[in-house]
Design a protein around this ligand. Sequence first.
Ligand code: AMP
Ligand code: MG
Length: 400
Amino acid sequence: MTPLEDAQSFVIGACPPLPPVTVGFEQAEGLVLAAEVVAAEQVPPFENTAVDGYAVIAADLVSAPIELPVVDEVAAGSATDRVLQRGEAIRIMTGAPMPAGADAVVMVEETERVGSDRVLVKSPVPVGAAVRPAGDDVQPGDVLFTPGTIIRPAVVGVLASVNAREVSVHPRARVAVLSTGDELVEDGGPLAPGQIRESNRRMLAGLLRDTGCDVVDFGTVRDDEAALEAVLRRAAGECDAIVTSGGVSMGDYDVVKAVLGRIADMRWMQIAIKPAKPFAFGTIDGTPIFGLPGNPVSSLVSFEMLARPALRRMMGHPRLARPSHVAIADDGLPRRPDGKVHLVRAMATFEDDGRCHVRGARAQGSHQLAATALSNAIAVVPDGDGIPAGAEVAVVMLEG
Ligand code: AMP
Ligand code: MG
């Protein structure tokens, strides 16, 4: 059996980052920067007020309270040509440019209007009060973001603020997903003897989207060599990667093995984990293909442990693995030695003691997806006799 870490480094190593593309910043959200972003403009673009109030000359207020004539008004989006003189005030709204001559803003709460054209300023303010200098956030030439930065919404906001309209990013991986097996039906009708409803492809498509990939659904392919070969060749031509479900187990009579053995450069693995021991990885004309086992829980675990980090690398992500914590196994996680690491689906929560606590899902069979579906974590239980109640165990979060 292959240790999980060896399988992971082999698979990840065979999935280099996709070449960068240039996209508009609005299309870049969720993608990873491939080149640094240098500011061409300053933010804010001009000196402006942080509050609604009155632009003043601070030296006029030393003996406040004091009444000043209001000689003009300036709103955000406009400007005034008037140069503020000693003993005057200009009404000003948040974001409006500072009038020439003014060196501070008194917030409206510290004032009282007197008639239509005068204001009582109640107390003095220092020079620069409530003034936001030009370039206070960003200076031209600032290196704002480096390669590997994930373009989160706030990053998009910054790109917009400096007018960086196009950015170089790693594209979303376009990933083909298909399931294989004559037993699978998906038309919603009654099940004939031996049939089951197709479920993995729907799950895997969702996991792929969640990973940030564009999904191309190639459907369910019958156990027929010619049909499978045609679909796989088309998928390899159209997509950056392929994810298949089913047909990679030991001793299977399966057309998946026959076809991939012929048209792909494959490595068939028995990974020292439970569930998800069988796994295949290879390339068809350079396109990576992840052969996930058909048992639904195995398919999920295999995707999480092997396909997801590799696909993230293709999309330039700096962090490939899910977040992990050391948790307390409240009820214990018993097991028997078998040479494998057990990946126990579990619910992990942070509790009032500041610790992460974990409890195994009620059913751990590789066909029991219903029990796994509500899990948010995988407890990594090393080979041996398991984790006693109250002891620590590593958990990999399935979210975040
Ligand atoms: P296989 O890996 O093809 O040997 O399949 C292992 C088990 O998973 C069998 O019980 C299959 O019926 C089941 N299975 C395979 N593919 C799927 C699928 N797409 N959806 C649900 N169950 C599946
Ligand atoms: Mg099968």
